[in-house]
Design a protein around this ligand. Structure first.
Ligand code: FES
Length: 199
């Protein structure tokens, strides 16, 4: 690919990213009970420091998006019904056991999380970096859809643990950032007890 084509490709993806973000908000109003955004202070963000997020108000199925190191970080409270979908999908997934290095060791499990109830992930598609849309609505993306994430840029699909489906452009599962619970309702993102680092 020539450098011009690369720039074009990058630009197209950026434009899609922008429209995805806007479209995602519109869609979320109808499809998701509650979606909220929280931005850290400019100083914290500039320094790339860990952030603390209060999850006490997060209700089942709801998604909270925060920004850490310029990336959207999703916090989703999964119901038991949502967790029950995960083992059913293993055969359809590219890396069902999270063998690829896309998460800290404590998230290398079927839930890809420290506590099954709370899913915390970097909301960036592993194909070309668009922001996938949260689609917990069963049957919403296809007749057999059990809930997950849909990237409208090139159609990549992930389950409710951010595990990528086979046959889509995205090569890997969504990245899980380092995090730790400071209390039952306070999560620190960007730093964990193991000292995990991600780009
Ligand atoms: S960026 Fe291509 S499918 Fe998500």
């Amino acid at each position: 690919m020539s450098s011009n084509e690369e720039v074009d490709q990058e630009r197209r993806c950026f434009l899609r990213r922008a429209t995805t973000a806007v479209g995602g908000i519109g869609l979320a109003v109808g499809a998701v009970p509650f979606v909220s955004y929280w931005l850290p202070s400019t100083d914290t963000e500039a320094a790339g420091e860990p952030i603390e997020v209060d999850i006490s108000a997060l209700k089942p199925i709801e998604q909270l998006t925060v920004v850490w190191r310029g990336k959207p970080i999703w916090l989703i409270r999964r119901t038991q019904a949502m967790l029950d979908t995960l083992p059913k999908l293993n055969n359809l997934l590219r890396d069902p056991n999270s063998e690829e290095d896309q998460q800290p060791s404590y998230a290398k499990n079927i839930y890809r999380s420290l506590k099954p109830e709370f899913f915390i992930a970097v909301g960036v598609c592993t194909h070309l970096g668009c922001i996938p849309t949260y689609r917990p609505d069963v049957g919403g993306v296809s007749a057999d859809w059990l809930g997950g994430f849909y990237c409208p840029c090139h159609g990549s699909l992930y389950d409710l643990a951010g595990r990528v489906f086979k046959g889509v452009p995205a090569p890997k599962n969504l990245v899980i950032p380092p995090y730790t619970y400071l209390s039952d309702t306070l999560v620190q993102i960007g730093k964990d007890k193991e000292g995990t680092e991600i780009e």
